[in-house]
Design a binder for this molecule. Structure first.
Ligand SMILES: NC(=O)C1=CN([C@@H]2O[C@H](COP(=O)(O)OP(=O)(O)OC[C@H]3O[C@@H](n4cnc5c(N)ncnc54)[C@H](O)[C@@H]3O)[C@@H](O)[C@H]2O)C=CC1
Ligand SMILES: O=C(O)[C@H]1O[C@H](OP(=O)(O)OP(=O)(O)OC[C@H]2O[C@@H](n3ccc(=O)[nH]c3=O)[C@H](O)[C@@H]2O)[C@H](O)[C@@H](O)[C@@H]1O
Length: 457
C-alpha cells in the first residue's frame, strides 16, 4: 500500500476499541486488541464479533492476518501506538468514572521499556485533564521502578456512531488529535494516513460514499481535544432536543415537525441531519457525556443552561409516549401495549440508556401488560433485564396480537414496512399505533384501520 506500517495495541475491545482495531488492521497496520474480558477475546479468536455491528465480522475476516487478540497487556511493550478505548461510564453524580482508564494506564505503564518512542492515545471520552492524569500515572510508574520514559500522551476522541461504526471510522468528517508532542502527532498522522488520504481499497461491506471529501485533520492541544468531544455530543443531543421541543409546539398549532425539519434543514447553516423528532435520544454516550459536561462546569461554578435543558427536554420526550397512550386509551392499567424496538437505535444490540427501558418501567408500574420485540437486541434484553416482566415476541405480527396500542420505539428498517393491515386485524380496542420515530405514513396506517399518533405532527 506504500504506507508505513505501525505496530498498534488497542486496550479495550468494545464498540470503539474493536472497530478501531479491526479498521486499522484492514488499513495495513499490525494490531493487537487487548481486553480483560476472557469471553470476548475467546469469541474474537474464534472469528466472531462479541457485539452486533454491521460489517464488523466481515472486516475481521479480511484483516485477520494482521490482527491479534489477547487478555494480556504484554503486547504493549512493542507497540508504536497504544490506544486506550476502555469504558468511562457515569458515576451517580454525573462524573465520568475513570477507574477503567486509570487501571488501563497503569497496566500499560508496566510494559513501557523506554527503548522506543511510544504514543499513548486516549480514545475514550474523558473529561478535561484526563490526558494529564494518564501522563502522571505512567510517569510515576516508570519513575518508581527506576525506568526511563520515552512516551507521549495524545487525546484522539472518537466520533463513530453505533450501527455505522465502520463507515464512520473509514470515512470520518475529521480526525482530532490533541497533544503537546509533535512526535506523537506525527506518529498518529502516519497511523491515520490511509484514512486521511483515502488510499485504501474500500471494502465491499462498506463502500466509499459517492460524494466524500477527504477528512480534515485537526491538531490541537489536549484540553481542547477533550472538550471537542463533549461539545460535539452536547451539540448533537441539543439539536435533537431542539427539534423535539419544536415538535411539541407543532402538535399544538397543527404543524408537521417533519415538514418543519425539512424546511429548516435545507439552510446550510442548520443542516438536515439529527433533526428527526420522536422519542428522543438514548445510548451510552449522549446522556453520559451531557451529564459529565454539566458536572465539569459545576466544578468551576459555571452554569450550562442549554445543556441542562437538552437533558430535561429529552427526559420529558420519552414520557410523551405515555401521555399519548393516556390521551388515546384514557385508562392504561390492564391494557396490552406492544413495544417495537428495544435497542437505543437501529442496527445495534446496545440497550444502554434505551428509551424503551424507561417506557417499559412506567407501563409496568401503571399496571399494563407489556409485549416486546426487537430484531437483534431481544437476547441482550433477556440477559440484562430478567426482572422486567414483559412478554418477548418473535416478530411484529406476534407482538400485535391483542394489543390495544403498539409503540414504535426504534426505527429499525423492518418497522418501516410493517404489515399494517395484519397488525390492525390482530390488535384490539382502539388499535392505536404510536409512531415514536415518525416512520409510518399516517394515511397508510389509517387506511389499514389503525389510529395513528405521531410525534410533533
Ligand atoms: N459506543 C460508542 O458509540 C462510542 C463510545 N465512545 C467512548 O469510547 C469509550 C469506550 O466505549 P465503548 O466501546 O462503547 O465501551 P465498551 O464497554 O463497549 O468497551 C470497553 C471495553 O474495555 C474493556 N476493558 C476495561 N478495562 C480494561 C483493561 N484495563 N484492560 C483491557 N480491557 C479493558 C472492557 O472489558 C470492554 O470490553 C467510552 O469512553 C465511550 O464514551 C466514543 C465514541 C463512540
Ligand atoms: O460518543 C458517542 O458514543 C457517539 O454518540 C453518538 O452516536 P450513537 O449514540 O452511537 O448514535 P446516534 O446515531 O448519534 O443516535 C443517538 C440517539 O439519538 C437518536 N436520534 C438521532 C438522530 C435524530 O435525528 N434523532 C434522534 O432521536 C437515536 O435514535 C439514538 O437514540 C454520536 O452521533 C457519535 O458521533 C458519538 O461518537
Amino acid at each position: 500500500m506504500g504506507q508505513q506500517q505501525l505496530n498498534v495495541c488497542v486496550v479495550g475491545a468494545g464498540y470503539v476499541g474493536l472497530t478501531t482495531g479491526v479498521c486499522l488492521a484492514y488499513l495495513g497496520h499490525q494490531v493487537t486488541c487487548i481486553d480483560k474480558d476472557r469471553e470476548k477475546i475467546d469469541m474474537l479468536l474464534a472469528g466472531r464479533a462479541p457485539i452486533y455491528e454491521p460489517g464488523l465480522e466481515d472486516l475481521l475476516r479480511l484483516a485477520n492476518a494482521r490482527l491479534k487478540f489477547t487478555t494480556s497487556p504484554e503486547a504493549c511493550r512493542h507497540a508504536d501506538v497504544i490506544i486506550l478505548a476502555v469504558g468511562t461510564p457515569p458515576t451517580p453524580n454525573g462524573n465520568a468514572d475513570l477507574s477503567f482508564m486509570e487501571a488501563a494506564a497503569a497496566e500499560v505503564a508496566a510494559q513501557l521499556t523506554g527503548e522506543r518512542f511510544q504514543v499513548i492515545v486516549n480514545k475514550s471520552t474523558v473529561p478535561v485533564g484526563t490526558a494529564q492524569r494518564v501522563n502522571l500515572i505512567i510517569t510515576t510508574a516508570i519513575a518508581s521502578r527506576g525506568g526511563s520514559a520515552n512516551f507521549a500522551v495524545a487525546s484522539n476522541p472518537e466520533f463513530l456512531r453505533e450501527g455505522v461504526a465502520i463507515h464512520d471510522t473509514l470515512y470520518p468528517d475529521r480526525i482530532v488529535i490533541g497533544s503537546a508532542s509533535n512526535e506523537a502527532i506525527n506518529m498518529l498522522r502516519v497511523m491515520y494516513a490511509p484514512i486521511l488520504e483515502q488510499t485504501f481499497a474500500a471494502p465491499k461491506v462498506c463502500p466509499r460514499p459517492e460524494r466524500f471529501d477527504l477528512p480534515a485533520l485537526v491538531t490541537t492541544d489536549v484540553t481542547s481535544a477533550e472538550m471537542i468531544k463533549y461539545a460535539a455530543n452536547a451539540f448533537l443531543a441539543m439539536k435533537i432536543s431542539f427539534i423535539n421541543e419544536i415538535g411539541g409546539l407543532c402538535e399544538k398549532v397543527g404543524a408537521d415537525v417533519t415538514e418543519v425539519a425539512r424546511g429548516i434543514g435545507l439552510d446550510k447553516r442548520i443542516g438536515p441531519r439529527f433533526l428527526q423528532a420522536g422519542l428522543g435520544w438514548g445510548g451510552s454516550c449522549f446522556g453520559k457525556d451531557t451529564a459529565a459536561l454539566i458536572r465539569t462546569a459545576q466544578e468551576y461554578g459555571y452554569d450550562m443552561p442549554i445543556v441542562s435543558a437538552t437533558v430535561s427536554v429529552n427526559r420529558r420526550q420519552r414520557l410523551r409516549a405515555i401521555d399519548k397512550l393516556q390521551e388515546t386509551l384514557k385508562v392504561v392499567r390492564g391494557r396490552t401495549i406492544g413495544l417495537l424496538g428495544l435497542a437505543f437505535k437501529p442496527d445495534t444490540d446496545d440497550l444502554r440508556d434505551a428509551p424503551a427501558l424507561d417506557i417499559i418501567r412506567v407501563l409496568l408500574e401503571m399496571g399494563a401488560r407489556v409485549k416486546v420485540y426487537d430484531p437483534v437486541a431481544l437476547e441482550n434484553f433477556k440477559i440484562q433485564y430478567p426482572n422486567l416482566a414483559v412478554e418477548p415476541c418473535k416478530n411484529a405480527s406476534e407482538l400485535s396480537q391483542d394489543c390495544d396500542a403498539v409503540i414504535i420505539v426504534t426505527e429499525w428498517e423492518e418497522f418501516r414496512h410493517l404489515p399494517l393491515a395484519e397488525l390492525a386485524e390482530k390488535m384490539t380496542g382502539a388499535k392505536v399505533l404510536i409512531d415514536g420515530r415518525n416512520i409510518i405514513d399516517r394515511q397508510d396506517a389509517e387506511k389499514a384501520g389503525l389510529r395513528y399518533v405521531g410525534f410533533g405532527r
